[in-house]
Write a protein that binds this ligand. Structure first.
Ligand code: C2E
Ligand code: MG
Ligand code: MG
Ligand code: MG
Length: 286
């Protein structure tokens, strides 16, 4: 297993075990409080070069640190945040926090790798994301190349010219664009033709099929070939075992992200990894 494994094993709040956040009204009220009191924190999950294990980038993943309930996963509150519009102020906090953290690493003398943030379709529909990114980069004196944006396929769906224009403007800043959870949306291939994206993140349900079925590997291979032909890099999400890593190497998948390498970790645990740089242990080294 990877060197970084074992750290960051947080106990998460389990929705099913509590009735505190059961109703939409209660959850919304508490989310408003969370925004007000800044109860959000970002964890970071490394993405490494499939062959060498070199740390190349990481994904910022949002956690809600509730004073009584503990750490709450995004799946517990992002859906309501999206439907209630609260994702807009929460998304602004995420952009600000990621840039602040990049600046902090730089101030500590660490050489940070790019951080990708997840941006919800609702934020794009409302507009202004490009401006928020540009403002935060300027506020913290962070080069645009250190920030990346992940959007799911569904965010690019349909004929939403405004969204495509906003994406193009973000890319013009020098911020790379990632297609997140690729393969789970409806519009996969047609949307890729329309909008130039830099990185394709293959959903972990496809990674899980590697080695399990011949079709799974064939399908993954086809995605990699297509992405490379379109000039995109490919990241496999949810890589959990060495067998998957071995197949991904054979398929020329560029980067891997998953528990095999590291779990999402708090910023303090990332600093040593920035110095270490190569995250595979001897067993995983090619
Ligand atoms: P995502 O963007 O696809 O993020 C990857 C999810 O897979 C993360 O879950 C991560 O912890 C998990 N993961 C990573 N490696 C493995 C693995 O090897 N095995 C398994 N089973 N899971 C793995 P997490 O942190 O719970 O986030 C869930 C989703 O919440 C994210 O999926 C993303 O869609 C959303 N999210 C997270 N942070 C934000 C944010 O700041 N803004 C928005 N709008 N959405 C966010
Ligand atoms: Mg993501
Ligand atoms: Mg994903
Ligand atoms: Mg996902």
């Amino acid at each position: 297993a990877g060197k970084a494994e074992g750290k960051g094993q947080y106990r998460f709040f389990d929705h099913a075990q509590s009735n505190i956040l059961k109703t939409r009204t209660q959850l919304r009220q508490r989310l408003l409080e969370a925004i007000d009191k800044r109860q959000f924190v970002l964890h970071y999950q490394p993405r490494v070069d499939t062959r060498t294990g070199e740390l190349l980038s990481m994904e910022a993943l949002l956690r809600w640190e509730h004073p009584q309930l503990g750490m709450i996963r995004p799946d517990e509150f992002i859906p309501l945040a999206e439907s209630s519009g609260l994702i807009v102020p929460i998304g602004a906090i995420v952009i600000d926090a990621a840039c602040a953290q990049l600046a902090a690493w730089r101030a500590q003398g660490a050489v940070p790798v790019p951080v990708s943030i997840n941006v919800s379709p609702k934020q794009f529909l409302r507009g202004g994301v490009q401006r928020e990114l540009a403002d935060a980069l300027a506020r913290y004196h962070v080069p645009a190349g250190l920030l990346e944006v992940e959007i799911t396929e569904s965010a690019m769906m349909g004929d939403q010219a405004e969204i495509l224009a906003e994406l193009a403007a973000i890319r013009a800043l020098g911020v790379k664009l990632h297609v997140d959870d690729f393969g789970t949306g409806y519009s996969s291939l047609s949307q890729l033709q329309r909008m130039k994206m830099d990185v394709l993140k293959v959903d972990r349900s496809f990674t899980a099929e590697l080695g399990r079925s011949k079709e799974g590997t064939v399908f993954f291979q086809a995605i990699v070939s297509m992405a490379h032909a379109l000039g995109m890099e490919v990241v496999a999400e949810g890589v959990e075992n060495e067998a998957q890593l071995t197949i991904l190497r054979a398929l020329n998948c560029n980067e891997v992200q998953g528990y095999l390498v590291a779990r999402p970790l708090p910023a303090a645990s990332i600093a040593p990894l920035l110095a270490q740089r190569y995250l595979f242990d001897d067993a995983l080294a090619a």
